[in-house]
Design a binder for this molecule. Structure first.
Ligand code: PHE
Length: 332
């Protein structure tokens, strides 16, 4: 019997090695350590031995049991490790499936310029206002002091909309009508900018588009002078373009401002670029907006956003902005 018992660990090791799951290990354990195992039978037989033989046989049985238990434990551990690795393998996400980094789009060049302009003026204390793109003749021209026969009202410059009386409704030709809407809806002090899309019957070329963007500025308060206008535009120029840029105002004419000026910027290379118009708000315009010109004065300016973006990025054809070729747009 002793020889058989001494063989048990080796046989158990072989059986455990053949087991491929924790359930199978449990079966091996029952076979070798369970109530009906050779070990249990041998233990029962101990009672029949004399005390000395019983002690040494008992010791052998305990050793054999310990060895079998520890080798089964080792195999159990091994199998659960393998099971874990297999599970991790099935749960693994194959990130190599995403071969190319997704290319994110970004805001259009004109939108970026508009956002930047808004940020800048908001930083200077201005609020942002908007108005409709389809306007009536009064807001676009009449309230802005355009005389009845003014050439800007002519069919060849303005897109009229077939609505109401002939030539009473149009696509706004500038953002200045929003000045009137702002004055009508709030009382001074007014410090507002009004960005938006405007429309003119122009043939597309390197410097003109029938649809483009302007940003209008309007300040109405007590004691506003031309110096405030010049100072505001100068502060804006260096903030937007950089310290090497300055501005100048050249006498000009707009029906809605008096005096009026063209706003030019001077680039670091010394060349000048015309950006837009400006001036002191005409008393008739303040009146149209419901503001007393005896008590308040103001200035206004307006310039093209597209042209600004164009020159900031050294693009030499305005049409590039609207063709929407991603190879062009992607660069900015
Ligand atoms: N509305 C004028 C234009 O479109 C620009 C302008 C705005 C001029 C405000 C003076 C004051 O050309």
């Amino acid at each position: 019997m002793n020889a058989d018992i001494a063989d048990l660990p080796a046989r158990a090791e072989q059986a455990a090695g053949g087991a491929t799951s924790l359930d199978e290990i449990q079966r091996v354990s029952t076979d070798f350590l369970g109530k009906k195992s050779a070990l249990a039978e041998a233990k029962k037989a101990l009672g029949a031995l004399d005390p000395d033989a019983r002690r040494s046989a008992g010791q052998l049985l305990n050793e054999v049991r310990d060895r079998i238990e520890s080798l089964l434990d080792a195999r159990r551990h091994e199998l659960s490790q393998t099971a874990r690795v297999a599970q991790l393998e099935t749960e693994r996400l194959d990130l190599t499936e995403i071969r190319e980094r997704t290319r994110l789009g970004h805001l259009h060049l004109v939108t970026q310029a508009r956002d930047r302009l808004e940020d800048l003026f908001v930083g200077m204390g201005f609020t942002v206002a908007e108005g409709p793109e389809i306007e009536d003749d009064w807001h676009n021209f009449g309230a802005l002091n355009f005389a009845v026969g003014h050439p800007a009202r002519a069919m060849q410059d303005t897109f009229y909309v077939n609505y109401g009386e002939p030539e009473s409704t149009l696509l706004r030709t500038h953002t200045s009508p929003v000045q009137i809407r702002v004055m009508q809806s709030q009382s001074p002090p007014i410090y507002s900018i009004m960005p938006g899309r405007v429309f003119r019957q122009d043939t597309a070329d390197a410097t003109h588009m029938p649809v483009f963007h302007q940003i209008e500025g309007l300040v109405v308060d007590r004691g506003i002078t031309f110096a405030d206008l010049a100072g505001t535009l100068e502060a804006f120029t260096s903030a937007y373009f950089g310290p090497g840029f300055t501005s100048r105002l050249r006498p000009s004419y707009f029906p809605f401002t008096e005096p009026s000026a063209e706003y030019d910027i001077r680039r670091p290379d010394g060349s000048w670029l015309e950006l837009g118009g400006c001036g002191m708000v005409h008393p008739n315009v303040l009146l149209a907006g419901g503001i007393d010109p005896e008590e308040y004065s103001g200035f206004a300016f307006g310039f093209g956003i597209d042209r600004l973006a164009l020159m900031r990025h050294g693009v030499d054809d305005l049409r590039e902005m609207f063709i929407n070729d991603v190879r062009f747009l992607r660069q900015f």
